[in-house]
Design a protein around this ligand. Sequence first.
Ligand code: NAD
Length: 340
Amino acid sequence: MIKFSIIGCGRIFKKHLKFFESSNKKKFKLVSVCDVDSKALDKIKTSLILKKFLSIDALIKQTNPDVVIILTPSGYHYSVFKKISKFKKHVIIEKPVALKSKHVEEMLKISKRNKTHLFVVKQNRYNLPIIELKKAIDKKRFGKIILATTRVRWKRDQNYFNLANWRGTKKVDGGILWNQASHHIDLLIWLAGSVRSVVAKSRKSLLKIETEDTAVCLINFNNGALGIIEATTAVKPKDLEGSVSIIGEKGTAVIGGFAVNKIENWDFIKMSNYDKRIKTSHNTQPENVYGFGHQLMYKDIINKLLKNKSNALEGNKILESVRVIEAIYKSINLKKEIFL
Ligand SMILES: NC(=O)c1ccc[n+]([C@@H]2O[C@H](COP(=O)([O-])OP(=O)(O)OC[C@H]3O[C@@H](n4cnc5c(N)ncnc54)[C@H](O)[C@@H]3O)[C@@H](O)[C@H]2O)c1
């Protein structure tokens, strides 16, 4: 039996809770939760029997979980991880893993030393069209990749940023590239390859927040491809698009919808019947931008923990996507191209 605990019971908590409510309770279960805000604990509505704590130390000492899931605001991920690491537990941590690459390096080192797993929530890697796209790229079906782009056109208005005092702050939220677009930047480099350099600009357009709400970036990939990131949370009146496009010498794919869940284009010079079929079958639109991926992600993590099956999250590009976002902000601040 694998015992899980969650630290941080805010908005994304519900998505994680749903998995444990709807899944096999014989092999694994959620046993306890912690939040520094007692109101957040009081608000939890669930059929699961959970022990609730205001302190991480008390949670670990009294319920001894095997895996701790960190869902606190992004800028606190590193300090919460460090606190948990002395108990040598496996850790699942929401994106972005941390806001500094030197912290992520240390977190990876600690996990290695403790012989514990560190999984970062990148649920979009489990979207069916993204799984197909990754397979097609790995099989070299696009040939040489020429252009790889991503667009995040979402609505996050002042009411959203007023929900909690960490949102829109440089220190704890980080800005649109750390927060909303980190999913898409991760997908872009997971799919198109490692990054050689970036050059970027950003704007704070409409809102009373410390960070930017709009950013654009040109990417120079090591394999010779070019890339573009376009990210804004200033869209009105509703979420419009979360997409990635791959343009290769033998084919073109665009995965869009507002949550990178929908095949918009899937065209190769040589099309198979399977290609024609998935163009219509992989067209889901989830109820919100969080998508469906958390459920499949947990199954993958549990298979790794119980059966040591390979896992799409661990290690894989965790550090690189943080280094790329850090380089993009450096480019914005120094107004020049940054080489990684
Ligand atoms: N994967 C996704 O699609 C996705 C979506 C939304 C948010 N997130 C990530 O999840 C994290 C949380 O976001 P949210 O929207 O749920 O935030 P939130 O503000 O709604 O909730 C965070 C909770 O953590 C609690 N908390 C803060 N410090 C704590 C500590 N030291 N110990 C225990 N509890 C603490 C707060 O009291 C709050 O209840 C962020 O890193 C965010 O980037 C990921």
